[in-house]
Design a protein around this ligand. Structure first.
Ligand code: GUN
Length: 289
């Protein structure tokens, strides 16, 4: 079997068209959606992501600004930047790019994310947004998991009653992903670095979401024939090419659906962010899912 490839670039274009329509509607009411991205330090991957976010925002008519701060920035200064953006009426969405520099402790990183006004939390990482997801209440959903859900929906992958395995338990992907699949009535297993017999768990799944950051870890013989496989990983090989957490050629021969890297989840993450910003500008975080 050759898997149907889920084209993230094409789906992201479709999402951007929807967002553009909402942005035009808002323009009629005199509102220009504004996104502020806070980028501290010089992590090369973050520089690339932030540039793409700003470029795509501009394409749909969102006014994006990047607040660049040195790697030595203090937690206090970062908090002050967030407070200033909270108070700025032209800013509807705030995103603090992760990871923060090594000098910011995990506790301070938590304080900085908690300082974001939940009405502007387009990244869905504030505890209020995460709590709303747990409680099934309206709120912003983290961009990568919501992009993954859209990819499954666009290809008509059934979720209700199916077994889903999420590999990775991060706050930014694994945990919200598991909650979204659960809300869609899947039976969800969350696997991680201490999971015993990971291959056997993955082989039971109708839907696999790989978000571990280990190049080509998921092999063809881990996959139940016909399963839908979503590859969240973006890993650079020593030769400089990008590969996912899934061995693409092997898994494509077995799976029913598969997302490529690049051109899969990455573009959908950005499209989901733009979607969230347009909802924030419309004053509707409740429409986020
Ligand atoms: N770093 C990598 N991806 C993301 C993301 O989606 N949001 C934030 N804030 N940081 C990231």
């Amino acid at each position: 079997m050759a898997a149907e490839i889920i084209d993230g670039r094409a789906l992201a274009r479709a999402v951007r068209r929807e967002v553009k329509a909402r942005v035009s509607e808002l323009a009629g009411r005199g509102v220009v959606p504004g996104l502020a991205v806070v980028l501290a330090g010089d992590d090369p991957a973050s520089q690339i992501y932030v540039r793409s976010k700003a470029k795509m925002a501009a394409r749909v008519g969102i006014a994006a600004r990047t607040v660049r701060l040195p790697a030595e920035v203090s937690a206090g200064d970062l908090l002050a930047v967030v407070e200033r953006l909270n108070a700025d009426e032209a800013v509807h969405g705030i995103l603090v790019q992760l990871p923060l520099p090594a000098g910011i402790s995990p506790e301070d990183a938590g304080r900085i994310l908690r300082a974001i006004d939940p009405a502007k939390d387009v990244d869905g990482l504030h505890p209020a947004s995460l709590g709303a997801l747990v409680a099934g209440e309206p709120g912003f959903v983290a961009c990568t998991p919501s992009g993954c859900m859209r990819m499954l929906a666009a290809h008509g992958v059934p979720i209700e009653g199916k077994r889903a395995v999420v590999i990775g338990r991060s706050t930014i992907v694994g945990k919200p992903m598991a909650l979204l699949l659960l809300a869609a009535h899947a039976t969800v297993t969350v696997c991680h670095s201490r999971t015993a017999d990971l291959k056997a768990r993955v082989r039971e799944a109708d839907i696999v979401v790989a978000a571990v950051g280990r190049p080509q870890m998921v092999r063809g013989d881990w996959i139940k024939p016909g399963a839908a496989v979503i590859d969240v990983g973006i890993n650079r090989t020593p030769e400089g090419t990008l590969v996912g957490d899934v061995h693409f050629a092997e898994v494509a021969a077995v799976a029913g659906h598969l997302t490529p890297v690049p051109g899969g989840v990455g573009p959908m993450t950005i499209a989901s962010l733009l979607h969230n910003v347009s909802l924030a500008a419309a004053g509707r975080p409740g429409g986020a899912r």
